[in-house]
Design a protein around this ligand. Structure first.
Ligand code: PAF
Length: 286
């Protein structure tokens, strides 16, 4: 079966119901397109968890703030289609706005995960995670996958989706996939293409600061001192950090005594580009 490209929800259902009737398990990778090796890793991983793979491409206006890059967000539909075809993907869903927001962007029901959706990136991008949770809930409803895959690069997004799935009792398994990096450590992102040549040379300093923070924590450095040092390193490298946070992996709460499974998350601006990254750490038992 070659790649089937559809835009209507009814066609998604028709194609996937046919596959399900043949006993196939459906894997789903929601994306905003401009696919890079990180997305393709998600698709390859989907194949390991499912018999048929569906990918959606939808640049979701609801998750962009007023002054953010919705209009400029890179759109490369033909290149994306070819990459997915080469990987043997069964279905590409390219919904229009009415498929996702039937009563219009402003009026349609939204999904919100309070608390964890309002900290870290959520504090700097109000409404962003409401937009993400809403579109993912809607896509899950339309595609009805058995398993869906998300990258750990968007660590907070991944947790929010897990919480949403648990809260709403959605019958979908969430699988996380490791971040894919350039050889110099920069996490792959569609937004990397906004970087000038000079900024691109400095961009790996974000991951370098996370690695240094991990070393500091492993050497017994305190959380606040580690965050402060990383902020300082990022500023010295010419980045403008929004935040650096050392948090617990399971709920992104502040670490308490005895918490060992932590994650260091950071967001920083390089010129007009906002980069995010994170690094997990497991502290040794004392
Ligand atoms: O990670 C992304 O690309 C988006 O946030 C997602 C999950 C496709 C929702 O629009």
């Amino acid at each position: 079966m070659g790649l089937i490209v559809v835009s209507a929800a009814a066609d998604v259902r028709r194609v996937l119901d046919g596959l399900r009737r043949r006993g196939q398990r459906i894997g789903f990778v929601p994306t905003m397109g401009n696919l890079h090796a990180g997305h393709l890793r998600l698709v390859q991983e989907a194949r390991r968890h499912a018999d048929a793979v569906a990918v959606s491409i939808y640049v979701n206006p609801l998750q962009f703030g007023r002054n953010e890059d919705f209009d400029a967000y890179p759109r490369t539909p033909e290149q994306d289609r070819q990459a997915l075809e080469a990987l043997g993907v069964e279905l590409l869903f390219l919904p229009g706005e009415r498929e996702i927001y039937p009563r219009g962007l402003e009026a349609t029901t939204r999904v919100e995960v309070p608390g964890v959706g309002e900290i870290l990136c959520g504090a700097f991008r109000p409404g962003h995670f409401r937009g993400v949770a809403t579109v993912v809930a809607r896509l899950f409803h339309l595609v009805q996958p058995d398993v869906a895959l998300f990258g750990k690069k968007d660590y907070q997004q991944l947790l929010i989706i897990r919480l949403m799935v648990a809260d709403l009792g959605l019958p979908v398994e969430i699988v996380d996939v490791e971040t894919v990096r350039e050889p110099d450590g920069l996490a792959l992102s569609s937004r990397n293409r906004y970087l000038s040549a000079e900024e691109r040379l400095r961009a790996p300093r974000l991951y370098a600061a996370l690695r240094a923070a991990r070393q500091r924590l492993l050497a017994g450095g305190g959380v606040e001192a580690t965050e402060a040092a990383a902020l300082q390193e990022l500023s010295a490298a010419g980045l403008r950090p929004d935040y650096v946070g050392v948090r617990r992996q399971h709920d992104l709460g502040a670490p308490q005594a005895g918490d060992r499974r932590l994650v260091i998350l950071a967001a920083a601006w390089l010129g007009r580009t906002r980069l995010i990254d994170n690094l997990e750490i497991e502290l040794p038992v004392n």
